[in-house]
Design a protein around this ligand. Sequence first.
Ligand code: IPE
Ligand code: IPE
Ligand code: MG
Length: 232
Amino acid sequence: MNNVPQHVSIIMDGNGRWAKARGKERVYGHVAGVESVRACTEAAVEAGVKYLSLYAFSEENWNRPEAEVNRLMELMMEAIHNEVKTLLDNGVRFVVLGNRARLSASLNAAIDALMEKTAACARMTLIVFLSYSGQWDILQAVKKAAAEKGPEGVQAMTADDFAGYLVTAGIPDPDLLIRTSGEQRISNYLLWQCAYTEFVFSDVLWPDFRKPEFRAALETYAGRDRRYGKVK
Ligand code: IPE
Ligand code: IPE
Ligand code: MG
């Protein structure tokens, strides 16, 4: 495949509707969605993608019913324990980005352990955005920059300098953003980082989004013409 995006990001949406369509509880859809994460991670590695990032839980998702939030956090914990070997075998570095202060101590410890174990993996980086929102990210960057640089330092900052304070510092901006389930909105995801990202919307619900759908999105991307505001 030519013109493979370096960084693919996915807003994994539609788990609840998938479950509801089967007469099941919403959490059943989240469980099924874990298999799609595995499939897309594999497909990304196979295609030569260097960064795959997944929007797993937004800051706004904390406002969901407590039972659903708890189950999502449990699923994250289970996935961390179950996927260690697959990640290591495939050379995948695991990174979690977001408002880590809101996660439980046990989940944070499990995340840190997996990040350490996979730190030397160099084939692909899998980034999971957990308790993340784009506005939160921009605000924490402003606060960190102001504390470090002071008013004059902040005045002298360029956009590139500022990007160094976002939680995604050092990670290239997404080339391709996929959103599943037919919704066509950003939902407070990577607001700064998606300045020139190509969007692909799929009607497929996340638990049904597997390798063929992922590859089809890469093909759609390959046909796009990116101009960055210039004349070609
Ligand atoms: C995406 O599926 C998973 C999370 C946001 C955590 P949803 O749970 O949003 O599923 P729908 O959109 O209600 O179908
Ligand atoms: C976006 O999905 C967040 C994640 C996929 C983690 P939501 O289902 O929360 O988004 P809205 O509420 O439909 O915009
Ligand atoms: Mg949703």
